[in-house]
Design a protein around this ligand. Sequence first.
Ligand code: NDP
Length: 296
Amino acid sequence: MSAEIIDGRKVAELVRASVREDVDQWVAKGNRAPFLQVVLVGDDPASIVYTGTKTKACKDVGIDTNTLVLQDTISAKELKGIIKDFNQDDSVDGILVQSPLPSHIPLYDVIETIDFRKDVDGFHPMNVGRLSVDQPCFRSCTPAGVMELFKHYSIPVKSKHAVVVGASNIVGSPMAVMLSRENSSGKATTTICHKYTRDLTQHTINADILVVAAGQPHLIKAEMVKEGVVVIDVGINRVADETSEKGYRLVGDVDFESVRKKASWITPVPGGVGPMTVAMLMKNTLLAAKKSLYPE
Ligand code: NDP
């Protein structure tokens, strides 16, 4: 068997085209364009790249955006004050604070300061809580993107055994909640694994659907999965590669070449989940502008 490839670039472009169309219609009705306020603290090179990708995607779908760049010496109090001003500003629909933040700023203090109705990342406890009781909310973009991939490729989720490797607040945990709880698209029997899971293979080998978000290059090998498994590789890891101009290449958490021989479906890295994350952010920003989730 050789797995069918789940083409995240293609599906992300479809999502973006649909957002673009909706934004056009929204503006044609006399509304202003949706507006995403990005906040970047410090000069972490990866964060600069991520915020650049997001703002470029905004422009592509007709969403207005601005990135406020702050020095990494800013205090938590000052940063929270700035976010409170954006909360009050009716011209701001979505607020995104790029992580990581400098170590003296507690991330969750900052996330909880964002008005949950503008929390397009879906990280605020109000949105996380509503997700866990299957109520309308901003859903974390990466796992929401994975659910969109299942939908696009008509990959059944209901009653399957889903195993999620990784339990972070932004990927693994909301992924497990979506897979297990969502009435419309989930209802899988779900196992969630993390660093303290004793025998990872004992779980992964039983997965019908395996989502890996551990940040460990090639953690999942062919002998850890069963024939026909659907594999979603969220991981993005840099590994040294002297043959590449940059000196490194990107790999996932899954040993793609060996696992694809057993899987029925698999996402590549790059070109799998990554593009979906940004596309779902566009979708969330449009929802925020339309006040679809939290009507006034
Ligand atoms: P975190 O480091 O926040 O979380 C990693 C999770 O994996 C933790 O729950 C950790 O367990 C668990 N873990 C680590 N090692 C193992 C192991 N050997 N066995 C089982 N579980 C393990 O990472 P993120 O969730 O933020 O990201 C995960 C990966 O996904 C990264 O490579 C990241 O770059 C990528 N990513 C990709 C995105 C995309 O758009 N494609 C978006 C976001 C992230 P514990 O909880 O016990 O520490």
